[in-house]
Design a binder for this molecule. Structure first.
Ligand code: UD1
Length: 407
């Protein structure tokens, strides 16, 4: 059943979704309305959801939705891991730390070209979905596994819900931008984390009835684990306790695939480490490039990819974060840690308007200058973006429950 088929016997879908003219209406109104229990006959027929994850940030986004679905009696979830990320530190560690159920199926797709990964997921997932025929396929983010799952489900006529819909860098050189555009055009429920997502989708002609501004599921996870992360021993392990330090991450192909550019970014970070220690957890893609180019990382504190709790603790206490990641721009906004994004654009503009994020481009001299300036004059802290409050998953499950209960 598509979202337009809402049952009149259930509370109408909150007005937060009516975002055609002007800014989206607040969810707070919807939350004031008492939640009516589901009709018993309907409740007996469970809503079957197949959730698909593949890469590290997917796990962080899916975990709170699975937990929320588990709290409700109306959902039956099946978790498919495509195997896009497979190293223990990129996958199993996150499942353990986030308390996620083990995947029901692992498609074991592994690494490969974009076509190999996407097509591999499609072929294997088609068998799974044909066998199970769920009521909904739930996908998150913008990785190859996301678009592959949306394509398969859409072609089988199974409704798709996309969480983190509508984000746009307007840079088609980024593989993620293609993934976002295709996933959104195929989705039946588009859950946006920030107003720009809603505006982008409307501008692309997506019907407003499909769009729901719900907030940020990654922040749900951050809020849940922040306290636990505070007890993590990573700072002692790296000899950083009580010290000012910066954290850097790099994994975008545009920053790490060109040897010269990668070398110049690393030497810029080495230069910065003369002012304060710089911790650099190295993504496998970056590690491979560093190895094959033999580039120097003088003065940096290098680590393997860190687990969720370690990284959360590390960034929480940092004086500065330099990154080309999408999610870290959002997390630092809530942690109130200055973030310099080493890219020419961001698909998450709210982190600049209302967060601590600043786009500094990819020229090493400019990045270094911005880093030193930021250490001398940290940005002003503003209130967090609206709906980044730890309740995004509940809003999403509310919408799906009301809409799919009468399928
Ligand atoms: C992928 C996503 C990117 C996301 C990132 C988060 C796409 C197009 N890209 O990029 O949007 O920000 O995940 O990390 O989907 N590797 C391992 N172990 C693993 C996984 C990968 O060693 O568990 C190595 C392999 O050499 C692989 C390379 O890392 O070839 C890149 O992995 P891949 O999944 O292709 O892309 P990411 O750069 O991780």
């Amino acid at each position: 059943m598509r979202p337009s088929g809402l049952s009149p016997s259930f509370p109408p879908v909150p007005r937060a979704i009516s975002c055609a003219n002007g800014p989206p209406v607040s969810w707070e109104k919807a939350q004031e309305a008492p939640r009516r229990p589901l009709n018993r006959d309907v409740a007996r027929q469970l809503i079957s959801v197949t959730a698909v994850v593949g890469a590290r940030p997917n796990f962080v986004k899916m975990a709170p939705m699975l937990e929320e679905a588990g709290r409700r009696t109306s959902f039956q979830c099946r978790l498919i891991h495509t195997g896009q990320h497979y190293s223990p530190e990129m996958s199993a560690t996150f499942f353990d730390e986030l308390g996620m159920p083990a995947p029901d199926v692992n498609l074991e797709i592994g690494s490969g070209s974009h076509t190999e990964q996407t097509a591999g997921v499609m072929i294997r997932l088609e068998m799974e979905l044909n066998e199970r025929r769920p009521d909904l396929v739930l996908v998150v983010g913008d990785v190859n596994s996301t678009v592959a799952a949306a394509l398969v489900a859409s072609k089988l006529g199974i409704p798709v819900a996309h969480v983190e819909a509508g984000l746009r860098s307007f840079d088609r050189r980024m593989p993620e931008e293609t993934n976002r555009l295709v996933t959104d055009v195929l989705s039946d429920y588009l859950f946006a984390s920030e107003p720009s997502g809603v505006a982008n989708l409307l501008a692309e002609g997506i019907p407003k009835e499909k769009i729901f501004l719900v907030g940020n599921v990654m922040i749900d996870t951050l809020m849940k684990f922040r306290e636990q992360a505070a007890h993590n021993g990573i700072l002692d392990r790296l000899g950083l306790n009580g010290k000012d330090y910066a954290v850097a991450t790099l994994h975008r192909p545009s920053n790490v695939d060109g040897m010269e550019h990668l070398a110049s970014l690393l030497s810029m970070l080495s230069e910065l480490s003369r002012r304060l220690p710089v911790v650099f957890p190295v993504h496998p893609r970056t590690r491979e490039r560093m190895r094959s180019a033999g580039v120097s990382e003088r003065g940096l504190i290098l680590t393997e990819p860190l687990g969720y709790l370690e990284f959360l603790r590390l960034t929480s206490e940092a004086r500065l974060v330099l990154t080309d990641s999408g999610g870290i721009q959002e997390e630092t906004t809530i942690l109130r840690v200055p973030c310099l994004t080493m890219r020419e654009n961001t698909e998450r503009p709210i982190t600049i308007e209302q967060g601590t994020n600043r786009l500094v481009g990819t020229d090493p001299r400019e990045i270094l200058r911005a880093a030193l300036d930021t250490l001398d004059a940290p940005p002003r802290f503003l209130p967090p973006p609206k709906f980044w409050d730890g309740k995004a998953s509940a809003r999403i499950l509310d919408v799906l429950e009301r809409s799919l209960a009468d399928r």
